[in-house]
Design a protein around this ligand. Structure first.
Ligand SMILES: Nc1ccn([C@@H]2O[C@H](COP(=O)(O)OP(=O)(O)OP(=O)(O)O)[C@@H](O)[C@H]2O)c(=O)n1
Ligand SMILES: C[C@](O)(CO)[C@H](O)COP(=O)(O)O
Length: 290
């Protein structure tokens, strides 16, 4: 189905942009969600990915005290028409999601609203992934963007301080979680209510909350992309700049590299060649830091 053929949504489609993190692995003195990539703050790229999508009805942004004023100014200046609330998050990512869910409940959001929860530090989420989540919720109560793993994944267990491989899942069934992660409001609310009474509750994403606390609820996988990068450390910045340049259509050498290296590998490309190209690109990105 083309973008123009998407059915109109009969329920609110609410994007929750999580920007309340402390960026300790990036630079705690320089909140990464405010850092500019391609001349635009990372949080703005993420807000725009949803604000500009005609199928998304509302956007809420979750912040911490260190970034609130700056995010408010950015939102005011840009005049994003769908940003309804800027709410305070919490200590961990799940606390920030919970704060957003509480704010949505207080606002009287219907149980069947579609909620798309997104890391603000994934600024280049593809339109197809966002639409894929919205569509998946017509069939499932939960869905997550994820990227098929090109590496073999090892599941391990601790044995006397040494990680020991306990299982090697079949690679076609292994994926790297990305965001957005999408849920009917009642589903994610119920999962969080159950999780909240568990003292050992420290998941790093919202899908895990549903998988662990509502095990009978299937979570559908929606195709992600290599460019839906999570900016975690400073080492991610050169690649982020390349992706931004490609998005902005800048005909630079860097953009040309990104345009050929970042999108999904064509199926007829030899796996080894694709891997070598990716390694070369990452090495080049790392070298630029020095
Ligand atoms: N208490 C928190 C923690 C994280 N996040 C958000 O969740 C996403 C997770 O990405 P991550 O790289 O883990 O961000 P930080 O938590 O900021 O990074 P770090 O773990 O290095 O401190 C980010 O958009 C971040 O702003 C949040 O809203 N509230
Ligand atoms: C939600 C997430 O981005 C999916 O890849 C990831 O789990 C966030 O984890 P982090 O520990 O906050 O980096």
């Amino acid at each position: 189905m083309s973008q123009r053929e998407h059915a109109p949504q009969s329920v609110p489609v609410v994007a929750v942009v999580l920007a309340a993190g402390f960026g300790t692995r990036f630079d705690p003195d320089n909140p990464k969600q405010l850092v500019s990539v391609g001349g635009k703050p990372i949080v703005c790229w993420s807000i725009e990915a949803f604000d500009s999508n005609p199928r998304v009805s509302d956007v809420i942004v979750v912040v911490n005290p260190a970034v609130r004023d700056a995010v408010e100014r950015l939102v005011d200046r840009a005049g994003y028409p769908k940003v309804r609330m800027i709410v305070d998050g919490g200590r961990e990512r799940v606390d920030s999601t919970m704060a957003a869910l509480d704010a949505l409940a207080a606002a009287g959001i219907p149980a069947d609203a579609k909620i798309l929860i997104h890391d603000s530090v994934r600024p280049f989420v593809e339109r197809e992934s966002v639409d894929g989540c919205i569509d998946a919720l017509d069939e499932f109560d939960a869905a997550t963007v994820a990227l098929a793993s090109t590496d073999t994944i090892l599941l391990t267990q601790d044995r006397d301080g040494r990680e020991i491989v306990s299982r090697v899942p079949d690679r076609p069934h292994t994926f790297r979680a990305q965001t957005p992660q999408a849920f009917r409001f009642a589903t994610i609310r119920r999962a969080y209510e159950r999780a909240a009474v568990d003292p050992s509750f420290h998941p790093t994403d919202d899908t895990r909350v549903v998988v662990d606390y509502l095990p009978a609820t299937p979570v559908a996988v929606v195709a992600g992309s290599e460019s839906n990068l999570k900016i975690t450390t400073l080492a991610d910045m050169p690649l982020a700049e390349r992706i931004a340049a490609a998005r902005l259509g800048e005909p630079t050498a860097a953009a040309t590299t990104a345009a050929t290296a970042v999108p999904a590998v064509p199926s007829d490309m030899a796996k080894e060649e694709a891997r070598a190209r990716m390694h070369a690109m990452l090495a080049q990105a790392a070298a630029q830091l020095h």
